[in-house]
Ligand binder design. Structure first.
Ligand SMILES: [Zn+2]
Length: 121
């Protein structure tokens, strides 16, 4: 099947061979009018991806074991030091250890937030 067909504009008979020529009359009705049909091959495809992302939030608590041990040790040791060294030095050491404990403790247990992205087709 040709992509280009010529038909008679009046009776729509498909013209082949010499009848396709300009000025040649239609073999069935004698009309000189010709209609050209060009077949357009085309493919229309709709490609679409509908995707959605699902985000999930995961919160975990991570324990920093070594820091946790230090915090516990300081908590236990500092009053003992204050008891043994019953002078201003003991007070200074006790306060220093308390400050260290105060700084370290938030790091002993840290909150870990992780966002997971899941693709859903
Ligand atoms: Zn015709």
């Amino acid at each position: 099947m040709s992509d280009h067909t010529i038909k008679c504009a009046d009776c729509e008979k498909e013209l082949v061979g010499e009848h396709q020529e300009h000025g040649a009359p239609c073999p069935s009705c004698g009309s000189l009018r010709k209609a050209h049909y060009v077949k357009v091959k085309g493919k229309v495809s709709v490609k679409g991806k509908v995707s959605a992302e699902v985000q999930s939030l995961k919160t975990t608590y991570e324990k920093n074991t070594s820091l946790l041990i230090i915090v516990i040790l300081i908590t236990i040791v500092s009053p003992i030091i204050g008891f043994i060294i019953a002078s201003w030095i003991g007070l200074v050491i006790g306060i220093t250890l308390s400050i260290v404990s105060f700084i370290i403790s938030p790091h002993a247990i840290s909150k870990v937030k992780s966002i997971y992205t899941k693709k859903v087709m």
